[in-house]
Design a protein around this ligand. Structure first.
Ligand code: COA
Length: 349
């Protein structure tokens, strides 16, 4: 029995923060940001008062509406996020409520930028075990809630968004193949939010020292990301008996266009096969990979092999391969992430 992706949804807030706008907040330029990161703009949730549960809930609504899926069919929800609504309760409980998943359990999983891939692996093994049939995996992050907009090293990089997939069991030879996931502690102070957790609880000093915002050693993280994503991708190919020639598409974590290009060069896979949307959204942490799957879903054809690879805080990293399967039929009426009517059944004739 395999687990295959049968539906995809996504959501990004409508508020756009352009490089030009950031250059009025910190000492930087549009040209520097584009050249060093490939990012042109990112979406922000906080200006619309949206939190992670809202983003995740909207991505799932988009999925349910687009494919006309009854929420009562869903057995489980795995929410990958590094920016929960609250430390307690789990954000997944609110998302289950917003999504109408009354026959399901749900839990949060924090794997930083690797969270979606970890969650996909958890859901895949749940389905392969035969105990669950339909599991929604959503990656959602409100990075603007932990970004310091006075720090030019980090505020240029991150954005907000959410992407969701439905995993279902299939007896066909499609679906998520073997994954390789890794975690170590070598990066615990290279990319982190120092305060607000159990180690440094919130207090006057932590606020004064701006310790509730992301701190990052950019160049070190960059180097580790390229090395780790490249080597774990090679391992994932080997463990699935695939060669680079067998790969039709690569969907990498979107942290920096230069990282993506370096990984593509290391793997010797042409950049034309690599899906990139970082210019529109920046790094949305747990949401980059599902948002990429959502943006490019029409390019993926039955039987094609997709390589997914990621890297994040911790450090955490991993890769998997997916043989793309049969998607659920689209509902005749389709909606955009903002609920606008995109396609009517008459448009199909
Ligand atoms: N605008 C202008 N100059 C900037 C800048 C900005 N937004 N941010 C940093 N600089 C400056 C630095 O101060 C430094 O100046 P100096 O040489 O006078 O000291 C110079 O640019 C080079 O800094 P460096 O950090 O070496 O730049 P970089 O090419 O490595 O790019 C990052 C910085 C953050 C874009 C890059 O390191 C990166 O993307 N790292 C990985 C981040 C990541 O992927 N994080 C998430 C992992 S999931």
């Amino acid at each position: 029995m395999n687990a295959t992706i049968t539906a995809i949804g996504g959501f990004v807030p409508s508020y756009v923060l352009s490089n030009e706008m950031i250059s009025k907040m910190v000492d930087t330029t549009d040209e520097w940001i584009q050249k060093r990161t490939g990012i042109e703009e990112r979406r922000l949730a906080t200006s619309e008062n949206l939190s992670t549960s809202d983003l995740a809930g909207a991505a799932i609504q988009n999925l349910l509406k687009t494919y006309e899926i009854d929420p009562l069919e869903i057995d489980g929800l795995v929410l990958a996020t590094a920016t929960p609504d609250h430390l307690l309760t789990p954000t997944a409980s609110k998302v289950c409520e917003l999504s109408g998943f009354t026959n399901a359990f749900g839990f949060d999983l924090n794997g930083a930028c690797s969270g979606f891939l970890y969650a996909l692996e958890m859901a895949t093994t749940m389905i392969e075990s035969g105990r669950y049939k339909k599991v929604v995996v959503v990656g959602a992050d409100t990075m603007s809630s932990i970004v310091d907009y006075e720090d030019r090293n980090t505020c240029i990089l991150f954005g907000d968004g959410a992407g969701a997939v439905l995993l279902e069991k299939t007896d066909d030879e499609f679906g998520v193949m073997k994954s390789i996931l890794r975690t170590d502690g070598s990066g615990t102070s290279a990319l982190y939010v120092p305060a607000g957790g159990s180690k440094v609880p919130a207090g006057m000093q932590s606020i004064l020292h701006r310790e509730h915002f992301i701190k990052q050693e950019g160049a070190f993280v960059f180097k580790k990301a390229v090395e780790s994503m490249s080597s774990v991708s090679q391992d994932a190919l080997a463990t699935n008996d695939l060669s680079v020639e067998d790969i039709d598409w690569v969907v990498p974590h979107q942290a920096n266009l230069r990282i993506i290009k370096a990984v593509s060069e290391h793997l010797n896979i042409g950049i034309e096969k690599v899906k990139v949307n970082i210019h529109k959204y920046g790094n949305t942490t747990s949401a980059t990979i599902p948002l990429c799957l959502w943006d490019f879903k029409n390019d993926f054809k039955e039987g094609q092999n997709i390589l997914i690879t990621t890297f994040g805080a911790g450090f955490s990293w991993g890769a998997t391969c997916i043989k793309w399967g049969v998607m659920r039929a689209l509902k005749a009426v389709q909606y955009s992430a903002n609920g606008e009517l995109l396609k009517h059944d008459l448009m199909y004739q």
